[in-house]
Design a protein around this ligand. Structure first.
Ligand SMILES: [Zn+2]
Length: 417
């Protein structure tokens, strides 16, 4: 059974209008409980504090925006994807869960392009009950402190009567600076990241041929296996390869595998060929605008669309798709920008080493992806480097350093939110 409870809506509009609160225009929920996304659009950034809690109503996610007011005719999506119901209270939204889920990330997007509203996105992921309970326990004292501070604030007079009760029923809060959503996100971030390495070509498709002998399909497989070995030694990651032997794998299967594995990052590894033997160096490709135009059709054809519940409005699904695409593209570029200088330490780079291409393996709508050309097999020095144990190790180390830098950056963003 699914329902939306709207409580004290009028009251909220009346007193919050005076404080110049932001108007929430829509609340969208999509997903299947394994992965569920909540999207809130508003006129200004809502910057909510978020708590996992176990209450008399069961497991809930409580979201308390800075200031909060609903527009005259907000759009509410039906509860779905592990959310059994949600309550719009005077100053917060409480999502009641019918299965344990945790916050995996939150994204704050300012208006851009044709989108005139701010969007706050909360991605949830299904977890075990024990894990939820752990997280809820950790949130307890933070929640008590938060409520106490809020009750003491003159802007929320309606909460004063509970101010004396909540904090004292909890153990003394630690004296360090108050935990924020960052604490929760750091915990979520501690989840192991899934890296998918895609050695190009294979089997009946050898790829380019090296000037000193050898096939691209073999050379990039060896580099990929080396990289896999390095990533495996780091407990922060889970690493998967789209092929580990000399077999042919269809392009769409490579992307489908990455999506099924829940890839956080997809790295396709190739080696280049050029007419002129003097051309050398590595380069990194991300999806081009032209390639981007193919994403929707390709995703439809191969079933790579986001899990969106039946009954979700076309508008909301379009917003979801759009946001995901934009985020994926920007993350791909960020990773490429980390990768290029690292590859530069392992060998030469071509000019304009971060390029954009209309490449099939980069078409997943929701997995940040790059294609690396680790050098030119038609260049004698590059070919030697790529075929040598030392060169292989240096390329793999460069990619590993970029992976670390990319996820360190993500953790930092999550922690300082
Ligand atoms: Zn290739």
């Amino acid at each position: 059974m699914h329902f939306v409870k709207v409580i004290c809506l009028f009251f909220a509009s009346v007193w919050l209008t005076a404080t110049g609160a932001t108007q929430v225009q829509s609340i969208g929920i999509a997903g299947d409980g394994e992965f569920t996304r909540i999207t809130i659009t508003s006129e200004n950034a809502i910057r909510p504090d978020i708590f996992l809690r176990e209450t008399v109503d069961g497991m809930v996610i409580e979201m308390v925006p800075d200031v909060f007011q609903l527009s005259a005719q907000p759009f509410y999506s039906e509860p779905t994807g592990g959310i059994y119901a949600y309550t719009l209270d005077t100053d917060r939204i409480v999502f009641e869960l019918d299965r344990p889920m945790m916050v995996m990330r939150e994204i704050d997007l300012p208006p851009s392009g044709s989108e005139q509203l701010y969007r706050f996105i909360l991605d949830l992921s299904g977890v075990s009950e024990a894990r939820f309970r752990n997280a809820a326990r950790r949130d307890e004292s933070r929640f008590a402190r938060f409520e106490a501070a809020r009750a003491a604030s003159p802007e929320t007079p309606d909460l004063i009567e509970t101010a004396d009760v909540a904090p004292r029923t909890r153990p003394e809060a630690p004296s360090s600076k108050p935990a924020s959503i960052g604490a929760l996100m750091q915990m979520a971030a501690r989840q192991r990241r899934v890296i998918v390495i895609d050695p190009g070509h294979g089997g009946r498709d050898p790829g380019a041929l090296a000037i000193i002998g050898g096939k691209e399909s073999e050379i990039v497989l060896k580099t990929s296996l080396k990289l896999k070995q390095m990533i495996e030694q780091d407990p922060r990651y889970i690493v998967k390869l789209t092929r580990e032997t000399d077999v042919y794998v269809e392009h769409e299967d490579r992307v489908t595998m990455a999506r099924n594995w829940g890839a956080d990052l997809f790295i396709s590894i190739h080696a280049d060929a050029a007419g002129a033997p003097t051309v050398s160096g590595a380069s990194v490709y991300t999806i081009s605008t032209r390639g981007e135009a193919r994403i929707e059709g390709t995703a439809k054809k191969f079933g790579w669309e986001l899990p969106i519940e039946d009954g979700t409005s076309v508008e909301v699904s379009n917003i979801l798709q759009d946001l995901t695409l934009r985020e994926t593209k920007s993350n791909s570029s960020i990773f490429a920008e980390f990768l290029v200088p690292e590859l530069g330490k392992a060998g030469p780079l071509v000019r304009n080493s971060h390029r954009q291409g209309n490449l099939f393996v980069l078409l997943a709508p929701d997995v940040p992806a790059v294609l690396v050309e680790i050098g030119f097999l038609t260049n004698r020095n590059d070919a030697r480097r790529l075929k040598s144990e030392r060169g292989r190790r240096k390329s793999a180390e460069a990619i590993k350093r970029a992976i670390d830098a990319y996820f360190d950056r993500q953790d930092l963003i999550l922690a300082t939110n």
